[in-house]
Design a protein around this ligand. Structure first.
Ligand code: GLA
Length: 413
């Protein structure tokens, strides 16, 4: 090789930008917040967002760890601005534009999230980001957006009837790079429903990825809409038990925004919330905060359950027992502690009488185990806030139908 091409090559390598990457350190524990979709669908507006932000502070949600206020689909006009090609906030719903709303949320010490889609249209039929990645990312940065939920509608033949098929990894990586270039740290929430197994490739692309189709406010149901389904609480929990090894600090399996407070029974709400904590899922409230009952508020601000979700190890629970009339889920915690959740899946009341020494626990995936013949633990009931003795004695508890009890085991000194 002569000197000239060699020099060009070397110079080229020097001038190439360093490989883009996601913003690190934004989700070392599962992100927490509120999202408009489950209650408001596309009917979201400035007043609702501001009132929700106010209540985050007033009701102690912020103090409990909820940070992000996320505006889901429906916030835009149906067309981009013809001159600038920028997205236009809906004039009726956001009459002052988006920046003042973002500023307001920031003024409450909270963070602001927004929604768009990797395809040509969002799932609600509004302008998608395909082809406008860098423009949209810049616009979000100008507004001060801290979180982007990025959906997967209208991305191809099986999805939007288009004569091509977008590639998921490339589409999400492109948006990650656009966010990076825009320069403002943004938590990137991948929402392609698990169709393309993002847990296998998205660790360096996003901070969380949905693992299922949309959640529905029911216990054990699948609602089909010809081609796609939404799922109740239990189908989502059970759907992907083989992927817990891919979730952890900075990159979470996302079990979807919650339906707590939206019509399940009190026991089912408890189980829903506590299981999301056991699964180390992002915790996004999906109810109308302005109409929340005291009971719901108490549940979603249960600090002992939230601490299990936010445990620094970030290990997702696994199902340990499934054939005893109840399900027992186990989550290794920091400092040799463990969380255990007993769930009554039956339709009647259940008396639990659990002999700790009957089963030792082993989590082969994360290399953790307990031998109850050799180790003793204090047992704390994190749902009812009482000390439930220790592992020297059987754990006895009565569970109503669909109810849960979550225990924190701490090694005895
Ligand atoms: C998809 C997502 C939902 C919601 C809607 C908005 O269905 O999975 O969470 O964002 O789109 O249209």
């Amino acid at each position: 090789m002569t000197l000239r091409p060699l020099l060009t090559l070397l110079l080229g390598a020097l001038l190439l930008p360093a490989a883009a990457q996601k913003f690190d350190g934004l989700a070392l524990t599962p992100p927490m917040g509120w999202n408009s979709w489950n209650t408001f669908a596309c009917d979201i507006d400035e007043t609702t967002v501001k009132e929700t932000a106010d209540l985050f502070v007033k009701l102690g949600l912020k103090e409990a760890g909820y940070q992000y206020i996320v505006v889901d689909d429906g916030w835009m006009e149906m067309r981009r601005d013809p001159e600038t090609l920028r997205l236009v906030p809906c004039h009726k719903k956001f009459p002052h534009g988006m920046k003042p709303v973002v500023d307001y949320v920031h003024g409450q010490g909270l963070r602001f999230g927004i929604y768009n889609c990797a395809g040509v249209l969002t799932c609600g039929g509004y302008p998608g980001t395909r082809g406008y990645e860098f423009l949209d990312a810049k616009q979000y940065a100008e507004w001060g957006v801290d979180f982007l939920k990025y959906d997967w509608c209208s991305t191809g033949s099986g999805n939007g009837g288009l004569p091509y098929q977008q590639e998921a990894r490339a589409s999400y990586t492109l948006m990650r790079d656009a966010l990076r270039q825009a320069g403002r740290p943004v938590l990137f929430n991948i929402c392609e429903w698990g169709d393309n197994q993002p847990w296998l490739w998205a660790k360096d692309v996003g901070h969380s990825w949905r693992i299922s189709g949309d959640i529905a406010c029911c216990w054990d149901c699948e609602l089909s809409y010809g081609g796609w389904s939404s799922f109740g609480i239990w189908p989502i929990i059970r759907m992907r038990q083989g992927i817990r090894q891919y979730s952890g600090p900075g990159h979470w399996n996302d079990f979807d925004m919650m339906e707590v407070g939206n019509g399940l029974s009190p026991a089912e709400d408890r189980t829903h919330f506590a299981m999301w904590c056991m699964l180390a899922s992002p915790l996004f409230l999906g109810n109308d905060i302005r109409k929340m009952s005291q009971e719901t508020l108490k549940l979603v601000t249960n600090k002992e359950l939230i601490a299990i979700d936010q445990d620094p190890l970030g290990i997702q629970a696994f199902r340990f027992i499934n054939d005893a009339g109840y399900e027992l889920w186990v989550k290794p915690l920091d400092k040799g502690q463990w969380a255990l959740a007993f769930v009554n899946m039956g339709e009647g009341t259940l008396d639990i009488d659990y002999d700790w020494r009957r089963f030792n626990i082993k989590d082969g995936t994360f290399g953790r185990s307990v031998d109850f013949h050799k180790e003793a633990f204090d047992v704390r009931d994190c749902v009812n806030h009482n000390d439930a003795d220790d592992t020297g004695k059987n754990f006895k508890h009565t569970l109503q139908k669909h109810d849960i009890v979550v225990l924190r085991l701490t090694p005895k000194r």
